[in-house]
Design a protein around this ligand. Sequence first.
Ligand SMILES: Nc1ncnc2c1ncn2[C@@H]1O[C@H](COP(=O)(O)OP(=O)(O)OP(=O)(O)O)[C@@H](O)[C@H]1O
Ligand SMILES: [Mg+2]
Length: 159
Amino acid sequence: MSHLSCVVRSDGLAKTAELGQWIGEALQPGTLIGLVGALGTGKTNLTQSIGRAVGIADGNVVSPTFTICVPHRGRLLLLHMDAYRIKQPEEVDELGLDEQLEDGAVVVIEWSDLIEQYLRPLDLKIEITAPSEQTRAMQLTSQSAKGDAIIAAVTEADR
Ligand SMILES: Nc1ncnc2c1ncn2[C@@H]1O[C@H](COP(=O)(O)OP(=O)(O)OP(=O)(O)O)[C@@H](O)[C@H]1O
Ligand SMILES: [Mg+2]
């Protein structure tokens, strides 16, 4: 099965918020999303926008750098993770992510590339680069039907 990809260009916070909304609206239960990109490229910012779209109150989604996994309850249960500070990747096994995904949670992991070998294949990978202070290029790559549905929705919305 071939999977989809697309690039969304953001010229500021409003556009990134819009992307987060499109993703959040197309999210299905049991989706695993990985965010990859250098420090300060906007992984947390995009997660906040996704959270808003699934009904999580503004300001609740903050950088989880010091807590490995933070749960938020909206239309879906969103588990927000940051792999940057994980010293022992085996810790990831103890989180029971696969069971949570099976139970319908959505898992968003910043720095997912650092713990890739401890995760099941991602449904959607988002790679972020920052060409300038205010601009971002976000490459979305799907690896499942759930990821495909998100990319189809984003592609349709971003025309
Ligand atoms: N177009 C844009 N989209 C998103 N963020 C932007 C944009 N332009 C500027 N920014 C700024 O980039 C910063 C992104 O910070 P954020 O904490 O989301 O990054 P991060 O990738 O999560 O960093 P870390 O690797 O430390 O977790 C914010 O200060 C935000 O205001
Ligand atoms: Mg962050």
